[in-house]
Unconditional design. Structure first.
Lengths: 171, 389
């Protein structure tokens, strides 16, 4: 189910822990969604000098956190700002389709930590960032049930074919 | 490397007697049980023997009350949809509970979209339904009550006999999904009183792909699969003879060894529950120990997530199941754990440990040893643990 790279990062997560004197902290998710991730940054000379994480979540959530810290470590803040959840998933050689939204929160947590760093620098309250929960359409513009892959004809709260609920009830 | 299987709820191994019977059946090169030539008659005889064995396990009045199916899910679909369709002119109301297996929930949901009404009765914090709540939900329109016998996530047993008394008095058909109990513990259809009982061969060390539905004589039900006259016209399609032969032998073995198996399972259950506090702290046992399956314990370990635990145990050659939302296709918290009042974070850390005749006490010790280290590792990473400690 998981790629070799995902399993490697899950088994040997890099940069686990807390940075006591962090100057940027980002936290995303809540137990309701299944996953929680906290990113700690130590930024020096506008570059990520140190980064650590703590995660409550599944194998993929732990691997995402670990991979994100590897990608971000040492990067100038300006470059780190461009890291997306998709970059992390690609570096992990892909994630299962149904895990792309829920456990792939690493870049969101990083962006929050960077915003927190910037806000602290300017003496402002940290800005809240909104998570994107976009419903992806295929290139042909059609919609497919993520569970049974049957084309969905209309905007319905559940798939009539497999009866799966399609509306996210996460908070 | 031998994998210690503590995930019997997902799959049980075939016992040697079943394997041998199935190998013999392959070599026998049986014909179609519906054919009238000798090859067919031999097959029909093997089918009849298996039916007798299964009827014996359930204490059915006659083997005719057993319909072979492809397993628990088909049996449940057959029971619920078959009764609903056959009795739609009498009424369109069905009563069930909110801790059922998805095969029940989704069969009911399907019927709802076809004009039936469904009442889903709640359970208490031990996962038990109050028979009086069932009685209160009955209306003039009620045609079917479906309550599972043993829950597949917590092992909780429901008061089937008491519910059967109510439905019998009101002349309402009663189905119980006993997929996780038939063959594991004694199940006597006369004593239990249900009109329909779903069961599966793999639960008692028979093959997957074989199961059955007990249909009490006189119960109004339509087939789920329309076709030939197999299974007394209750289920079209040539029977899965190899699987059914395996199920027959598994049923005989279950009946013969029921008592010694129960003693063994209780020993493992006691060991697991009494020794667990020596290995980990801060956990919840979701299984009501005095009212549950002998072979299953559900534990929610606080501050960590179940899929991670399951994957790490797999690295230690131990298989368990988790009820974490992360490990399900739908990524939704378990409806059973929510129904017994667990919060989302605790539900995420839920393991289902289900053992069997092939497990030794040593397997439980190895599991506890591995679990101890994994819990430490994952709590060390967990922001939830670090916020509260």
């Amino acid at each position: 189910m998981y790629s070799k790279t995902v399993m490697d990062h899950f088994r040997n997560p890099r940069n686990v822990g807390v940075i006591e004197d962090a100057n940027g902290v980002g936290e995303v998710g809540n137990p309701l969604c299944g996953d929680m991730m906290t990113i700690y940054l130590k930024i020096k000379d506008d570059a990520i000098d140190d980064i650590k994480f703590q995660t409550f979540g599944c194998g993929s959530a732990i691997a995402v956190s670990s991979m994100l810290t590897e990608i971000a470590k040492g990067k100038p803040v300006s470059e780190a700002k461009n890291i997306t959840n998709k970059d992390v998933a690609n570096a992990l050689e892909g994630l299962p389709k149904n895990k792309l939204h829920c456990s792939n929160l690493g870049a969101d947590a990083l962006q929050m930590a960077i915003k927190d760093y910037e806000a602290r620098k300017e003496g402002k309250a940290p800005a809240e960032i909104k998570r994107k929960e976009t419903h992806e359409h295929s290139p042909d513009g059609k919609c497919y049930c993520p569970y049974c892959d049957i084309e969905i004809q209309e905007e319905a709260p559940f798939c009539k074919a497999c009866q799966s609920d399609l509306v996210e009830d996460h908070h | 490397m031998k994998i210690i299987n503590l995930d019997h709820i997902s799959s049980k191994p075939l016992i040697p007697e079943v394997k041998q019977a199935m190998i013999d059946a392959i070599n026998n090169d049986y014909g179609n049980p519906s054919s009238q030539h000798r090859k067919g008659e031999q097959a029909a005889e093997a089918l009849a023997n298996a039916r007798e064995s299964v009827a014996g396990l359930l204490h059915a009045n006659t083997p005719k009350e057993i319909v072979f199916t492809s397993g628990g899910t088909e049996s449940v679909n057959h029971a619920i949809k078959g009764v609903a369709w056959a009795n739609a002119e009498k009424g369109k109301h069905i009563i069930t509970t909110n801790i059922e297996h998805n095969s029940v929930i989704r069969s009911c949901k399907r019927l709802k979209s076809q004009g039936f009404t469904i009442t889903s009765v709640s359970v208490d914090n031990k996962g038990r339904v109050d028979p009086q709540d069932i009685a209160k939900a009955i209306t003039d329109d009620t045609i079917l009550v479906s309550v599972m016998h043993a829950n597949n996530e917590t092992g909780t047993l429901q008061p089937i006999e008491e519910i059967a008394k109510i439905t019998r008095e009101k002349k309402i058909i009663f189905h119980t999904d006993a997929v996780d109990s038939v063959g594991v513990m004694p199940f006597d259809v006369q004593k239990m009183g249900a009109d329909l009982v779903s069961f599966a061969a793999n639960t008692f060390y028979g093959p997957t792909g074989a199961g059955g539905l007990y249909i009490r004589r006189g119960t109004m039900i339509w087939p789920l699969l329309d076709g030939g006259v197999q299974e007394a016209s209750k289920r079209g399609g040539t029977e899965n003879l190899l699987g059914i032969i395996g199920m027959g032998v598994a049923a005989d073995q279950a009946r013969q060894h029921m008592n010694s198996r129960l003693v063994h399972l209780e020993k493992l259950k006691n060991k697991l529950v009494t020794e667990l506090p020596n290995y980990i702290d801060e956990y919840i046992i979701n299984t009501p120990l005095d009212h549950s399956l002998p072979n299953l314990v559900s534990v929610s370990v606080k501050y960590i997530e179940g899929e991670s635990v399951m994957l790490m145990l797999d690295d230690e050659d131990i298989a368990v199941s988790t009820r974490s939302a992360c490990a399900t296709g739908s990524l939704r918290a378990s409806h059973v754990l929510m129904s017994i009042g667990l919060d989302h974070a605790d539900a995420q850390g839920t393991l289902v440990i289900c053992y069997g005749v092939d497990n030794a006490e040593e397997d439980i010790t190895k599991f506890l040893d591995a679990l101890k280290n994994i819990v430490v590792t994952l709590r060390d990473i967990s922001p939830l643990y670090n916020k509260t400690h």
